[in-house]
Each structure stands twice: as C-alpha cells, then as structure tokens.
Ligand binder design. Structure first.
Ligand code: NAP
Length: 308
C-alpha cells in the first residue's frame, strides 16, 4: 500500500508507541518512523529492536514528521507537546494516544500554533505490559480508535483528520470520531472504573492475605487472577488517568456504589431472584462483547502476546 505518511514521529516508545511504530512499518502506513523517549535506556532498546530511528532530541524527532504521536502517560502530554510543537513543520499533525481526552484537548488547543493540526486520539487497545519490548504490530487490529477533532474545522483540518483516520485504518483499527467529554464518560465506564475496582479488589485481598496466611494467593481462582492481571497495569499511567478524568470517574463511581448497595441488600435479604437476574444480564453483555469481536471466548481471553 502507499504510505499514508512519509514520516511519523513517536514520542514515548513503550507499549503503545512501540506498537504504532511496528504496525506502521509492517503495514506500510508510514515510510519512516523517528523515535524519542525521555528514558534513554528505552530509546536505546527501541533502536536495538529496530522499530524506528532514535533521535537525539524531541525537537529533532518531530522536525520532518508529517504526524507526531505522543505516547507518554497522560500527565506528561502537556510537557512533551510544549517541548516539540515549535519544531514541527507547518501542516503537520499533532496527535496522541492518551486514555483521557478532555484535559489534553483543552490544553493542546491553547498551545497557539494555528498552522499545526491538533487531533487528539485514543486507540482502545492495550495490555497490562509496558516498555519497548511489550509492543506488537497486531495490537490495533479490529480494535476501535477514537479521534476527538474540533468540530467545525476548516477544510485542511478536516482533510488532516481524514488522513489520520486513514493511518489508523491502515493499522487495522476501526475509527470513530467523538466529542472529548463523551469519550471520557464512555471510557470511565468501560475502562477506568473496572481498573479502579481491580486495584481495590487486589488491595483488599492483600490485606486479607495477612489474615489467611497465604491462602488468597495459593487458592486464587480465575476471578481473582483476572483482577490481578488488570491490577498489574502501569501505576503511572493509571494514576494520571484518574487525576485527569476526575469528574467522569466520580460520576460513574457514584452509580456503581448504588448498584453495589442493591446487590448487598439482595444478599442480606436472600433475594435470589435479584442476584440471578443481575448475573444473567451480565452474561448477556459478555456474549454481546464477544459477538461484536471485542474479545474472544478462548482460554486467557486470547490475550497471549502473538509471536512476531
Ligand atoms: P509505557 O509502555 O510505559 O510507555 C511510555 C513511555 O513514555 C515510557 O518509555 C516512558 O518512560 C516515556 N515517557 C514518560 N514520560 C515522558 C516524557 N515526559 N518525555 C518523553 N518520554 C516519556 O506506556 P503505554 O502503556 O505505552 O502508555 C502510553 C500512553 O498510551 C498513555 O497515555 C496511556 O494512557 C495510553 N494508552 C495505554 C494503553 C494501555 O493499555 N497501556 C491503551 C491505550 C492508551 P519512563 O518509563 O521512563 O517513564
């Protein structure tokens, strides 16, 4: 295929940045990939793996790029964008992969470079692993990528958004455009609160372990093991998600607490019908997710890293 971009820059060469770089080269979506990371060891490792050309500075990485992908934790997006935007060429695209969109969009649109197209984005794909070795080219296949462009942009901004969408499509993603606030509410439900619950469940079990002398770990059944996988996700990334999506997370958490109270009441009142109905509905939703191709019913949910 003809490359969508001649050159892209990846700032942050971890799981997501490394996967974009690998996929872009493997699928021919970019002719050239230039890399930068604040962590010198990670940048060196990315160069050794060979999914792009390491640059000496963030300015050098973005200077000739048609699109710059910021793939750092959400809390670092402001700093990396500020450090790089002045060195970008006119007409280039400034984008990201952060798990929260409202704060980044607000901050970036105030950066004052009208000749750079600012189009925040978020691929809904990932694993609990981090770092340059964790990425793989097929990560985005059949996964959604949400773009949150400004509404009512000029014709060249719309064309840039379409080009960025074409890039993600070339990586195998399905692309949807969304308002940043809506993105943050939807993701609070589907990703942020589930992670918070997993972190809390593991913390509770850890406390219990002291009481049960190791039995929580020894007899951990599939339910708890699945929680521990989610709760093994990167602490920096998730700290930043909760600090930057505070309003939506607190709103959804309120709803969650009400539903939990209803389940607690059903257990106390021996209301088997309420429990059965709730669990039956959950099973139906799981089926819908598998039918929609958002997960598989295979062992380990098919999440083993594919061989490259
Ligand atoms: P990661 O594997 O930890 O990679 C992030 C890289 O960025 C690390 O090498 C990190 O270096 C580097 N970095 C941190 N601050 C920096 C700075 N100021 N300047 C330059 N480099 C910096 O993280 P990831 O999982 O790829 O996540 C990256 C982004 O993708 C996050 O915004 C996250 O919300 C989003 N995202 C993640 C997932 C997921 O499942 N993981 C899914 C979708 C979107 P250090 O290690 O030294 O900090």
């Amino acid at each position: 295929m003809a490359a969508v971009f001649n050159q892209i820059a990846i700032i942050g060469v971890g799981l997501i940045g490394g996967s974009i770089a690998r996929a872009a080269l493997e699928k021919g979506a970019a002719a050239e990939v230039v890399l930068f990371d604040g962590d010198a060891a990670a940048l060196k490792r990315a160069g050794e793996i060979g999914f792009g050309k390491p640059a000496a500075s963030i300015e050098a990485a973005v200077a000739n790029a048609d699109a710059v992908f910021h793939c750092v934790p959400v809390g670092a997006m402001g700093a990396t964008a500020r450090a790089s935007i002045a060195a970008m060429k006119p007409g280039a695209i400034l984008t990201d992969v952060g798990s929260v969109k409202g704060n980044i969009a607000r901050d970036w649109h105030s950066l004052g470079r009208g000749d750079v197209h600012i189009i925040p984005g978020h691929p809904i794909a990932g694993t609990e692993k981090s770092g340059p070795d964790a990425g793989f080219a097929s990560l985005f296949e059949n996964r959604w990528c949400i773009l949150t462009p400004e509404s009512g942009g000029a014709a060249d901004y719309v064309a840039a958004t379409n080009k960025l969408a074409a890039f993600w499509t070339a990586l195998g993603s399905k692309v949807e455009r969304m308002d940043p606030a809506r993105h943050d509410l939807v993701l609070a439900v589907t990703s942020h609160i589930p992670h918070l619950i997993a972190y809390n469940m593991v913390a509770t079990a850890y406390d219990m372990e002291a009481v049960t002398e190791g039995e929580v770990v020894k007899f951990s059944a599939a339910g708890f093991r699945d929680f521990t996988r989610i709760a093994a996700s990167d602490p920096t990334m998730w700290r930043d998600v909760f600090l930057n999506n505070k309003d939506a997370v607190l709103e959804v958490l309120g709803r969650f607490e009400e539903d939990l109270t209803a389940l607690r009441k059903a257990i106390r009142n021996a209301d088997g019908q309420k429990l059965f109905d709730t669990f039956t509905e959950s099973r139906r939703i799981r089926r819908e997710i598998i039918d929609a191709g958002q997960d598989t019913a295979t062992a380990n949910f098919g999440r083993d890293k594919p061989k490259e």
